[in-house]
Design a protein around this ligand. Structure first.
Ligand code: NAP
Length: 346
């Protein structure tokens, strides 16, 4: 509930570029949004994946590059400037079967909301090694996004390692050949999981070689990665390999655990937005933005773009249903109206 005991007009869950962009648009549209930012934990900090990115060189408007944490702080300040309210807690569970929707934060009393934008992002999977996480968080040459970080000067003309055997690893390895002297894919089995065409393209690239049946046992280097401790998955034999960068490409996990059973998700857990160029989900009044609904582009700028779309769509959906004036709009059943309000808003 808002301070006056009424349902919130719009709650935005998340705190990455999608959430803050949605908040900027929604607050400028006088929707008085509340952003539930999430709370710091061992593997997640509010602000999302950009909080682990030191130099962002591909976000338009920053020719000199921008620090990920700085960019998130600026986006948040911009949203707050227009009246966005924030709350640093996780949403533990939701009930989208009732209206206004129910959101249950981890500590605070439940919140009712007339519209919700879910922008909780996806987290890159890590191998879970202590030095891997340390160097990823400090900008020490360990990354989970070649497109974001591969072009940085620190990685030029170095031997770069990519961990994984799926399409992401193939894509990252091929992309990194533009900058690296050599790319070494480290894969724990003797065959790729990647699609045939991407695997063949990768194996045909003269700048890429593969260490099969190999896993990373440790990441070496104080300030910056200098070498990997590799282990043969068949024999257990260990050896060191010098590298100038490590890219972990072992998949992403969308942050949708709290939504299970409430809204349609893909088999991989991403939010389904059934209509092209729309952010409406299977529940009317619930919208999706950013990496939580995008396993394809996963860029800060695309997340920001879908955040803008979600705010505009939520605003138009509420106007269409008279939500801002009435406590409970007349809604069709979820089945008959998936994306329907949005589809009428072209
Ligand atoms: P993925 O297909 O799940 O592959 C993950 C890879 O990481 C697997 O090879 C897996 O090894 C390995 N792995 C998992 N955990 C590991 C660990 N702890 N240590 C070492 N290796 C580990 O994930 P993805 O490559 O990110 O792809 C996800 C989805 O997006 C797929 O459907 C993919 O087709 C799609 N995608 C498509 C494109 C494209 O079409 N351009 C690009 C990227 C992704 P095992 O094989 O041994 O399990």
């Amino acid at each position: 509930m808002s301070q006056d005991g009424q349902a919130e007009t719009l709650v935005i869950i998340g705190s990455g570029p999608a959430a803050w962009t949605a908040a900027v648009y929604a607050s400028r549209a006088n929707l008085d949004p509340l952003v539930i930012e999430g709370e710091p934990s061992r593997d997640m900090i509010p602000g999302g994946q950009l909080m682990y990115t030191t130099d962002i060189e591909n976000f338009p408007g920053f020719p000199e590059g921008v620090d990920g944490q700085d960019l998130m702080a600026r986006m948040k300040a911009q949203a707050e400037k227009f009246g966005t309210r924030t709350m640093m807690e996780n949403v533990a569970s939701v009930d989208f079967a009732v209206y206004p929707f129910v959101l249950r934060p981890s500590y605070s009393p439940e919140i009712r909301a007339k519209a919700v934008i879910v922008a909780t992002g996806a987290r890159a999977n890590w191998m879970g090694l202590e030095n891997e996480i340390r160097l990823a968080q400090s900008g020490g040459g360990v990354s989970a996004c070649a497109v974001c970080d591969g072009a940085l000067p620190a990685f030029r003309d170095k031997r770069l390692a990519v961990v994984g055997g799926g399409d992401s690893a193939m894509e990252e390895a091929n992309y990194l050949t533009k900058f690296a002297s050599e790319v070494v894919i480290i894969h724990r089995r003797d065959g790729f999981r990647a699609s045939k065409i991407m695997a063949e393209r990768t194996l045909a690239n003269p700048k890429i070689r593969v260490e099969w049946n190999t896993k990373v046992a440790d990441v070496l280097g104080d300030e910056f990665v200098t070498a990997l401790l590799l282990e043969d998955t068949n024999t257990g034999e260990r050896r060191e390999m010098e590298v100038g960068g490590l890219f972990v490409a072992i998949g992403h996990t969308p942050n949708t655990g709290f939504l299970k059973g409430q809204v349609e998700l893909t088999p991989h857990g991403y939010l389904v937005a059934p209509y092209a160029w729309r952010t409406a989900t299977s529940v009317p009044g619930v919208f999706a933005a950013g990496d939580v609904m995008d396993d394809y582009y996963r860029q800060a700028i695309t997340a920001a773009g879908t955040g803008c779309m979600a705010a505009l769509e939520a605003e138009r959906w509420m106007a269409h249903h008279g939500v801002t004036e009435a406590e409970s709009p007349v809604l069709e059943t979820a089945e008959s109206s998936i994306g329907h309000p949005a589809a009428q808003m072209a």
